[in-house]
Design a protein around this ligand. Structure first.
Ligand SMILES: [Zn+2]
Length: 91
């Protein structure tokens, strides 16, 4: 039997490789608009971050998300990520 390969992506905050479903994708599209991509299907340059407050705080502090996407990340995006992480915890 062949083992199924789980696609791994690297979190920009902790640099750990994790299954995509444990991460949140943030995308910068062709028009330099940044958004949180919950479908995983948005076009553009993507960066991944763990669905954890620890990694979000780390990414805000050292701007690793901004560096990965080569663009300033607005508070709106960080708020959105924060809300998503909060709602994940209630599941
Ligand atoms: Zn992480």
């Amino acid at each position: 039997m062949k083992k199924k390969k789980i696609p791994l992506r690297k979190c920009v905050a902790c640099n750990e490789n994790k299954p995509k479903k444990e991460l949140i994708r943030v995308v910068k599209n062709n028009e330099d608009v940044v958004d949180v991509d919950l479908t995983g299907k948005m076009n553009g340059r993507g960066a991944y971050i763990c669905a954890s407050k620890e990694c979000l705080e780390r990414a805000m502090k050292n701007k690793s998300l901004a560096r990965a996407l080569e663009i300033e990340i607005s508070d709106k995006i960080y708020d959105k990520l924060n809300n998503i992480i909060d709602s994940n915890k209630q599941l």
